[in-house]
Design a binder for this molecule. Structure first.
Ligand code: NAP
Ligand code: MN
Length: 273
């Protein structure tokens, strides 16, 4: 007799009771549907369920080091972009997965290469990477796109976002909302100063996939505070920071009726016609 191998499914959840309850229900349903529910992510995992909000998905992505398995987001928070399936539709989602009735949204991610104190640190982001200085101080940065120097920036910082991150911090800063089918990078200034001494662009810049941003801190100690998807790291004596698309792509499993612009309207403008 040939035993077919069960598909391994990993369920990630935020610690809220409502999410943990759904996690348990999901585990029971998945086992009934002949999946193996594993307690730790493994490279052979064929599917990940993420229970929580969009922030929970970001935590999952960083904790599991940008996993390659497709991810289904089950939303227990506010209206979610990554987490678009509602808990009532769990049975339907399992059915759709089994019958191939879904599509995969590929999300390319960012890579920052930071040269500091004679070392190189590489760091990754799904929504965005942010470069700032000391809390409460302006940061002075020399900025180039590829080989072209573009500006001496002074202000709170610079943010580079993916289309997936365009609806997050980027949007709060006045950046543009980007259709997920586009592969572009968006560079948005954070409170740029424009005086007779300092000049920097005030709008977002849209770059193609193969362009990199080169940032060189100006000033004595070259201390930099960076944020990737809300996680913060500090670097001393930074020489350069290079940010652009990296090689890692995440795969979000979406139902065929997912409508990005409908979601944007609902989240930011409300439900009225
Ligand atoms: P958080 O500070 O707890 O929450 C930030 C908010 O952003 C949450 O409401 C979260 O949704 C939402 N969010 C995350 N990714 C999103 C996306 N792609 N599109 C629309 N909304 C999104 O931090 P967190 O939950 O760990 O999320 C980290 C993100 O916060 C960062 O990547 C950054 O984009 C964002 N952020 C925004 C601001 C701002 O708007 N001024 C400032 C700092 C950071 P859920 O409630 O569904 O989790
Ligand atoms: Mn959050």
């Amino acid at each position: 007799m040939v035993m077919s191998k069960k598909e391994k499914v990993f369920i990630y959840s935020n610690p809220l009771p409502v999410s943990l309850e759904i996690k348990d229900e999901l585990a029971v349903k998945l086992k009934k549907s002949d999946f193996e529910v594993i307690s730790e992510y493994q490279p052979e995992t064929s599917l990940i369920f993420c229970v929580g909000g969009d922030g929970t998905l970001l935590h999952l992505v960083h904790e599991l080091n940008f996993p390659t398995a497709p991810i289904i987001g089950v939303n227990t928070g506010h209206l979610g972009f990554f987490q678009d399936a509602s808990p009532e539709h769990v049975d339907e989602m399992i059915e759709n997965y089994k019958s191939g009735n879904f599509y995969i949204q590929n999300v390319r991610t960012l890579k920052a290469t930071i040269r500091h104190e004679g070392m190189i640190t590489r760091w990754y982001g799904m929504n965005e990477m942010v470069v700032k200085g000391e809390v409460g101080c302006t940061v002075h940065l020399s900025i180039a796109i590829g080989r072209s120097f573009i500006e001496h920036f002074s202000g709170d910082g610079i943010l580079m976002s993916t289309p997936a991150g365009s609806t997050a911090y980027n949007y709060s800063l006045g950046g543009g909302l980007v259709d997920p089918s586009l592969e572009v990078l968006q560079v948005t200034p954070i409170a740029p100063m424009n005086t007779s001494a300092y000049r920097s662009f005030t709008s977002s810049l849209i770059l193609p996939v193969d362009k990199y941003l080169f940032i060189r801190p100006e000033g004595a100690d070259c201390y930099i505070r960076m944020q990737a998807d809300g996680f913060t790291r500090e670097f001393d004596k930074v020489d350069t920071i290079m940010i652009g698309y990296g090689a890692m792509t995440l795969h979000l499993l979406k139902s065929k009726d997912f409508n990005f612009w409908g979601k944007v309207k609902e989240k930011f403008l409300g439900n009225e016609d």
